[in-house]
Design a protein around this ligand. Structure first.
Ligand SMILES: Nc1nc2c(c(=O)[nH]1)N[C@H]1C(S)=C(S)[C@@H](COP(=O)(O)OP(=O)(O)OC[C@H]3O[C@@H](n4cnc5c(=O)[nH]c(N)nc54)[C@H](O)[C@@H]3O)O[C@H]1N2
Ligand SMILES: Nc1nc2c(c(=O)[nH]1)N[C@H]1C(S)=C(S)[C@@H](COP(=O)(O)OP(=O)(O)OC[C@H]3O[C@@H](n4cnc5c(=O)[nH]c(N)nc54)[C@H](O)[C@@H]3O)O[C@H]1N2
Ligand code: SF4
Ligand SMILES: [Mo]
Length: 788
């Protein structure tokens, strides 16, 4: 493309996203005899919609030979994680599956029984089984399993228009990831997630005249350098620190940021809500709050002030096992900084009172006047990005079928919020066939038996028993698909697909990125293209309005109705900053009716939540002591004396993915649990030794990393471990249940609204073992690393 054409195409109208401007070079150019494609990835390989700038170098044979960061991306500026640097080892990995495959139902769990078939045969098999099962059991007998926000997994298109089922299900107990935070914000403020404003959307970035440097960031149960979560680019925190931003870190573990923080609150895992209430108590009682904001824009302040009196700092210090002066210092530092921001992470969701923890965080952000203030917490506007959630539900499912969604009656605050069947009840339904049988399933960016689900063996048995037909849609084989699927549909990686990636899944988007196809590995479809093709086979009438998958993208992702050149035009872009506004509540930009205020029944931030009240929960925040821990179960702690927290992210892997990438596996060859040196000494555990972790729910084996990262009472264990180099057939199933920390985590311990699960605050025992399961890196290099 010529430079002038590129400029002509650079300004596009993205419906509700308004004007965007592309930045930097054309999307494709020649350099050193190679073709360079600039792209912004989403998945696969797995990542959240961060859309970091990538340059993919392709040689004359059409082969990807080099990946570099794109220095012209306004936020990432050339920086990449090891996983993107290793992209070519993922694309060309010998274990990657590039043909559809089938297997007889009686051969489930036998890794050598797969047979390659054509796409036509694969579509016929889906149609035949789908029609047979739904005519016998109804559309509600189909379940779609999704994992975290990967491009495919976020798509409501599959459950709605393709399979027409009300039962899409993210299977982590209590939907304990992101959605509890989204729900708390939605119910209390009428907006979705307020992320820290890191000037990502401003053309001048940190130096933009509208921006005000954040003085303090409170990182709450979030480790963004490792996780780049939910569309946020973690190194922005370091960029801000270089400009003087100070850090408060709330985390039971030590990490790079906590060692550079002004204050590290190393609390007992799972006690965050007590801390949040105590901080509110201090800020209110010391009159450190923003009186104007509270008076004009908040509802229920007096009731909140009364409630948090129940949590004086002394009490929180005892509960959280923190020095009281640190709690005071953190509350004062946060409240006195203007602007200040809270970055709240997964640990907020992963406890029974996750919603109440979220409620405290929103209250802190609101009463300090940091909502929608430059350098504070950016709010999405009423006309924020096209939100695809709900796309196709009305046309394809209808009210009667929708009312059959598992959990809708018991947990309306959950099911209506995210249009998902409640996870814990779905497990019971699979086990009991009550209230009706579930007989067909598909995995869409999900590997629940290794990673997403607690008590994974229970999920395994329930799925294998109840599903007559199951489809895996993935790039690689995994334990869930191996044990329970009859059909495998392979898909394109980010290097082979076109698409869009909006940070934060569209609402509160700061950059819009566009994926460009750089290579071809056998004409594999993207998730969107596969949905379109499958949909045309199963329900052609629903798909006839789109001539191709591009038109579907225009409608589904970009929110435009008229089709034609739109996608082509947009797809010339690489990355664009999306215009934002501040103080939208004053300008009538948060409410659909254009009135000032927030989109809640009272028009204000509801510190006393009318929504929580209507759903039958307490309208004010309250603390729930972890069910299993020193206070509530001292007897159990005699047997299982350590606090167990799990799943802190590592840059080497995205959940259960990337174990086959030799270069990444070398960074973290074995499943690690972190144990304090004093604890290790008392247990007789040496650094690098295998240990058994167990509790009342189950056990697993991990390799000890003896380190001061955790204190003496706490053990942290990695999640999502399996061993693709091992025998995949049942019962070994790639060693799936051997080092699976989720064996020790239960289902069914969520909060009153159905959200939250104690996945980062359980208990366990630990003992050294003598068996050796050491990873043979030579085997891994031999098996997966040849093509580098
Ligand atoms: N590399 C990589 N990146 C990822 C992922 C991945 O698998 N790999 N997964 C993605 C997904 S789905 C998500 S949800 C995000 C999550 O990303 P984050 O929100 O950053 O969450 P985690 O990394 O799980 O945990 C963050 C921190 O919480 C701390 N923590 C543990 N227990 C507690 C507690 O009780 N209270 C407090 N305050 N802190 C606690 C941990 O020590 C850890 O440092 O990451 C995303 N990004
Ligand atoms: N103990 C413990 N367990 C946890 C956590 C924890 O902190 N502690 N974290 C939990 C959290 S927050 C989450 S979100 C879950 C994550 O759980 P999942 O999202 O289910 O993660 P994976 O197990 O990696 O499975 C994802 C599968 O999707 C495939 N895939 C990747 N990208 C795409 C794509 O674009 N399209 C399609 N079709 N497939 C794709 C991958 O190859 C992989 O096989 O794990 C949860 N499990
Ligand atoms: S966050 Fe890391 S892995 Fe994800 S797209 Fe950006 S560089 Fe790649
Ligand atoms: Mo997640």
């Amino acid at each position: 493309m010529r430079e002038e054409d590129y400029k002509a195409a650079a300004v596009v109208k993205l419906d509700s996203l308004s004007d965007v401007n592309d930045i930097g070079k054309p999307w494709r150019y020649e350099d050193e005899g190679l073709t360079v494609t600039r792209t912004c990835p989403w998945s696969p390989p797995g990542c959240h919609p961060v859309g970091c700038g990538l340059k993919l170098y392709v040689n004359d044979e059409g082969r990807l030979v080099k990946v570099e960061g794109d220095e012209n991306h306004p936020v990432t500026q050339g920086r990449l994680c090891p996983r993107c640097i290793a992209l070519k080892d993922y694309v060309y990995n010998p274990a990657r599956i590039i043909h559809p495959m089938k297997r007889a139902r009686e051969d489930r769990g036998k890794a050598d029984k797969w047979e390659e078939i054509s796409w036509e045969e694969a579509f016929d098999i889906v149609k035949e089984n789908y029609e047979r099962i739904t005519s016998q059991y109804g559309y509600e007998s189909v379940v779609g399993f999704s994992g975290t926000g990967r491009e495919g997994g976020t798509m409501s298109l599959y459950p709605t228009m393709v399979f027409g089922t009300p039962n899409y299900c993210y299977t982590q107990s209590g939907y304990a990831c992101y959605t509890p935070r989204l729900a708390a914000v939605a119910y209390i403020t009428g907006c979705t997630y307020p992320e820290w404003d890191y000037a990502g959307a401003l053309p001048g970035r940190w130096d933009d005249e509208r921006y005000v440097q954040t003085e303090v960031i409170m990182l709450w149960g979030k480790a963004p350098l490792e996780s780049n979560p939910d569309g946020f680019f973690g190194h922005a925190v370091i960029d801000a620190m270089r400009r003087g931003t100070r850090i408060i870190n709330i985390d039971p573990r030590v990490n790079w940021l906590s060692t550079r923080a002004d204050i590290h609150l190393q609390l007992r895992a799972g006690t965050d809500t007590a801390l949040g209430m105590a901080m509110l108590n201090i800020i209110i009682s010391e009159d450190l709050y923003d009186h104007d904001f509270v008076e004009y824009w908040c509802y229920g302040f007096d009731e909140l002030a009364e409630r948090v009196k129940e949590m004086p700092p002394e009490k929180a210090a005892e509960i959280c096992e923190l020095p009281i002066e640190k709690i005071y210092a953190a509350a004062r530092m946060y409240a006195n900084a203007k602007p200040a921001a809270i970055m709240w992470g997964l640990a907020v969701d992963q406890k029974t009172d996750g919603m109440q923890n979220g409620q405290c965080i929103i209250a802190l952000q609101a009463i300090t006047g940091n909502l929608d203030r430059p350098g504070g917490q950016l709010l999405p506007g009423a006309d924020a990005g096209h939100n695809e959630l709900g796309f196709g539900y009305a046309e394809s499912i209808g009210d009667e079928l929708m009312s059959k969604m598992i959990g809708l009656d018991q947990y309306p605050a959950y099911c209506n919020m995210i249009l998902n069947a409640q996870a814990d009840l779905m497990l019971e339904t699979l086990e009991t066939d009550e209230p009706y049988p579930i007989r067909m399933g598909f995995y869409m960016g999900n590997n629940l038996m290794t990673c997403t689900s607690m008590e994974p063996k229970r999920w395994h048995d329930a799925i294998v028993k109840s599903l007559e037909f199951c489809i895996g849609i993935d790039t690689f084989m995994n334990a869930s698909i191996e044990s329970s699927c009859d059909l495998f549909l392979p898909i394109a990686t980010v290097a082979e697909r076109e698409g869009t990636v909006f940070t934060h899944y569209a609402p509160c988007t700061v950059t819009a990125g566009f994926m460009h196809k750089a290579v071809d590995c056998g004409g594999l479809p993207s998730d969107m293209e596969l949905a379109y093709e499958l949909g045309k086979h199963l329900h052609p009438e629903r798909f006839e309005k789109w001539a191709n998958a591009h038109e579907l993208v225009e409608h589904f992702r970009l929110g435009v109705q008229e089709h034609g050149e739109y996608f082509d035009k947009v797809s010339q872009c690489v990355v664009a900053q999306v215009p934002i506004d501040y103080y939208k509540y004053e300008k009538g930009l948060l409410r659909a009716d254009g009135q000032p205020g927030f989109a809640t029944p009272t028009g204000r931030v509801e510190l006393w939540s009318t929504a929580f009240h209507q759903f039958g929960d307490d309208p004010l925040p309250y603390y729930i002591e972890p069910e299993f821990g020193p206070v509530n179960s001292p007897d159990l702690m005699e047997e299982y004396p350590f606090i167990l927290t799990t799943g802190a992210r590592t840059t080497a892997f995205f959940h259960s993915e990337h174990r086959q990438i030799a270069y990444l596996r070398e960074l973290n060859p074995d499943p690690i649990c972190e144990i304090n040196p004093a604890t290790a000494r008392s247990l007789g555990v040496a650094d690098g030794q295998w240990v058994r972790l167990w509790n009342q729910f189950g056990e697993c084996l991990m390799k000890a990393k003896v380190s001061e990262i955790v204190d003496e009472k706490t053990i942290h264990a990695q999640h999502a471990w399996w061993f693709p180099e091992e025998d995949g057939s049942e019962p070994n199933l790639y060693g799936n249940f051997r080092s699976n920390i989720n064996n020790l985590l239960p289902n069914g311990h969520m909060g009153k609204l159905g959200f939250g699960a104690p996945n980062k605050c359980l208990i366990c025992a630990c003992e050294p073992i003598v068996e050796s399961y050491d990873t043979d890196m030579n085997l891994i290099w031999e098996k997966f690393g040849k093509l580098v």
